[in-house]
Design a protein around this ligand. Structure first.
Ligand SMILES: *Cc1c(COP(=O)(O)O)cnc(C)c1O
Length: 383
């Protein structure tokens, strides 16, 4: 019998809900490259309104949304964009800003809370000097994925905006540096802070949001910004091969995601915290979490013992042993056994991510299995 799988590798594995599938089935569509898909237009307008921006653009992926933002804000040749060294744009988009758009990325070390030092950023900005590239953009990721789903504090965002808006020295060639937010999970940030997304996005020239992460839609992102910005991004989307035709089929699910999943994101956060608290309570020296850092739907599990690192932990989670079956860890699934999929990009940290399809009952099972593995490993490593 195949195992009951609880897949916590990423919220990208979330599935469209029944309501989304129904909306997709009945969606009114047209050719979106001609601007004639009513459902795409509705999604773009709805998202722009939520963020209090002038316009929106439906794109196939977050990677394309971020690249388009870089291309529009850094359209002048010889431009440079400042990004965090643990940002998705820098680590996981193939350096597309460089290899497709010819933009140089300058990194600043990300702090544990997902921010970076604003003084270091100020010093990174190039002055008007013919030797140097032109600093044209700063990208902020919110929530910050690699830092563990961290919510960027509003006060920090406000300080960043004050810096680029207020300091004349930071306006090389008389141009204000643009601000883009990689808001793949910005609705999680808004849920955690209990503020509207528009407040978080207030001082940003553009924001890209992912529909296909914790929002559970099958495909797509929406980029928002001014009319002029979106007009340029729309042109360039076509060049990148992102001009989709009857894309309303996909956009329909996105509209349902905004209406039905966004209001429930706190539930994912509560479940994530419940798992974190259970690991904390087990008081293992080998499997730990820092409760103070659990803010949204991402949990970093620390595996400080080199004899049982993140890869070993992930492998163990995905196995079902006869001993654990006998110990009754699997409750109602005792015939088939439960397999947990977790990710381990790093030696010392495993990552789990929660999303709409992970229920309270699943969380109970996850906790049981984690507790069992923790006891097993602690006993083995103590021996
Ligand atoms: C997933 C993700 C993206 C890119 O989205 P895709 O749709 O997978 O291309 C960008 N930024 C962050 C922080 C992400 O987590």
């Amino acid at each position: 019998m195949s195992h009951y799988v609880i897949d916590l590798r990423s919220d990208t594995v979330s599935q469209p809900t029944a309501e989304m599938r129904q909306a997709m089935f009945v969606a009114d569509v047209g050719d979106d490259v001609y601007g004639e898909d009513p459902t795409v237009n509705a999604l773009e307008q709805k998202t722009a309104k939520l963020f209090e921006k002038e316009a929106g653009l439906f794109v196939p992926s977050g990677t394309m949304g971020n690249l388009l933002a870089c291309m529009v804000h850094c359209h002048q040749r010889g431009s440079e964009a400042i990004v965090g060294d643990l940002s998705h744009v820098f680590l996981y988009e193939q350096g597309s800003a460089a290899h497709i758009a010819g933009i140089q990325l300058a990194t600043i070390p990300n702090k544990a809370d997902g921010t970076f030092c604003l003084e270091a950023m100020r010093r990174k900005v190039r002055l008007e000097d013919d030797h140097e590239p032109i600093t044209s953009l700063v990208v902020v990721e919110n929530t910050h994925n690699i830092c563990g789903g961290k919510v960027i504090p509003l006060e920090w965002l406000d300080k960043l905006a004050a810096l680029v808006n207020g300091d004349k020295q930071l306006q090389p060639y008389g141009k204000r540096i643009a601000l883009h937010m990689d808001g793949a999970r910005v609705f999680n940030a808004a849920a955690a802070l209990q503020v509207p997304v528009a407040r978080i996005a207030r001082d940003f020239d553009s924001v890209n949001i992912c529909l296909s992460k914790g929002l559970s839609a099958p495909v797509g992102s929406v980029l928002v910004g001014s009319e002029a910005f979106i007009r340029q991004a729309r042109r360039l989307r076509k060049a990148l091969g992102g001009g989709m035709r009857q894309a309303g089929i996909l956009a329909a699910a996105g509209i349902v995601a905004l209406d039905t999943i966004v209001p429930r994101l706190q539930e994912d956060h509560q479940r994530t915290l419940r798992i974190a608290e259970a690991i904390h309570k087990a008081k293992s020296p080998n499997v730990t979490v820092d409760l103070a850092t659990v803010q949204t739907n991402i949990l970093l599990i620390h595996l400080p013992n080199a004899k049982f690192g993140a890869t070993a932990f992930a492998e163990r989670c995905s196995k079902v042993t006869p001993e654990e079956l006998a110990a009754g860890v699997h409750a109602a699934h005792k015939e088939q056994g439960i397999k947990l999929e977790v990710s381990s990009r790093d030696w010392e940290f495993a990552r789990i991510v929660l999303y709409h399809q992970i229920s309270d009952a699943d969380v109970d099972l996850v906790i049981k299995k984690f507790n069992y593995i923790i006891r097993e490993v602690d006993a083995r490593l103590a021996a």
